[in-house]
Design a protein around this ligand. Sequence first.
Ligand SMILES: NC(=O)c1ccc[n+]([C@@H]2O[C@H](COP(=O)([O-])OP(=O)(O)OC[C@H]3O[C@@H](n4cnc5c(N)ncnc54)[C@H](O)[C@@H]3O)[C@@H](O)[C@H]2O)c1
Ligand SMILES: O=C(O)C(=O)C[C@@H](O)[C@H](O)[C@H](O)COP(=O)(O)O
Ligand SMILES: [Zn+2]
Length: 354
Amino acid sequence: MVTRIPVTGDRPYDVIVGRGLDGELPSLIEGAARVAILHPPTLRERAEAVGKAAGVATVVPIEVPDAEAGKSIEVAARCWDELGAAGFTRTDVVVGVGGGATTDLAGYVAAAWLRGVRWVPVSTSVAGMVDAAVGGKTAVNIAAGKNLVGAFHPPAGVLCDLDALDTLPAEDIAAGLAEVVKGGFIADPRILELIEADPASAMNPRGDVLRELVERKVRVKAHVVSVDLKESGLREILNYGHTLGHAIERREKYTWKHGHAISVGLVFAAELGRLTGRLDDVTADRHRSVLESLGLPTAYSKEAWTDLLPAMRVDKKARAATLRFVVLDGLAKPGILAGPDEDLLERAYAAVAR
Ligand SMILES: NC(=O)c1ccc[n+]([C@@H]2O[C@H](COP(=O)([O-])OP(=O)(O)OC[C@H]3O[C@@H](n4cnc5c(N)ncnc54)[C@H](O)[C@@H]3O)[C@@H](O)[C@H]2O)c1
Ligand SMILES: O=C(O)C(=O)C[C@@H](O)[C@H](O)[C@H](O)COP(=O)(O)O
Ligand SMILES: [Zn+2]
């Protein structure tokens, strides 16, 4: 069974969820003579299969460093050199085969090449399928912070082949579920019920529960980015838990998994909601319990606070000196907290400090 979830707007496309989806690729790259396939070393065989499925005259495989090590301007520059050497034109297509880090890089390489060529994420991780591959946010990291250089560049289509999850380590399945939990709190509480009912099933790549979770979270994201591609309003809710999460990732020099940092960030954001009287205790406490049921971290170093506060100031939701956070006014009722004082932030941090 194949599920097609539409993303609407100026450049509509489908997010395709199912198994054995390589046959979907040719229609997404119609008219291309060349396809570049960016992939990390561990997914070389998968990338070769995707290259064959593309059915074009020239396939240019480009191996990139794994995970966040690939999300750099130097790696992007090497990819552009390879596109140049292969004579990539505006009708050619960049494909990213991998998790969210690889597809963020592939999308950015495509966004900047000739000022924008088509790209297709062939997503192989939970975080990639439910979040990174959908919505056209592409980016690399720089020394100043996470995802600070990038572009909004929607893909031609998204392939979420659940077969890929068979080889994804359990730790990465759980990390991806942090983004699914985020979707549960900001928009679709049924997600939380499904995980709470049976966390082990939620993590089983062959089970129906994980598929339902993937589809539900994709629908949440597809709706939001259809309404607000460029994050001028509604899209900010997808950043729930990310203001602190990105600061933790930067402090850890991107050795922490994104989903782990976001898990801590979600508990912190829930605490901000509670302390400002906007979020009830039951919903605030539910953040920690559902995330911990998946084995996700909900605490971080007490001493780190003095590093994290300045790091949060480069968050893209900030406006001049005003920090802005996504908080909840209740379950599935996201809102913005603008300009909280430092004392409030520190008290919220105490809830995750160990
Ligand atoms: N653009 C967006 O809107 C958006 C949304 C969410 C996350 N992100 C970004 O996505 C990244 C997190 O995504 P991620 O967790 O997928 O990261 P990732 O790409 O680093 O993948 C995690 C690990 O899983 C491995 N992996 C991926 N698929 C595999 C498979 N099928 N089998 C075996 N190993 C596999 C990768 O090689 C890597 O080691 C972060 O960079 C984050 O900033 C972007
Ligand atoms: O799609 C969005 O919008 C998000 O915020 C989704 C996040 O899960 C994702 O990590 C995104 O890359 C964060 O974007 P940023 O603009 O805060 O860098
Ligand atoms: Zn994220």
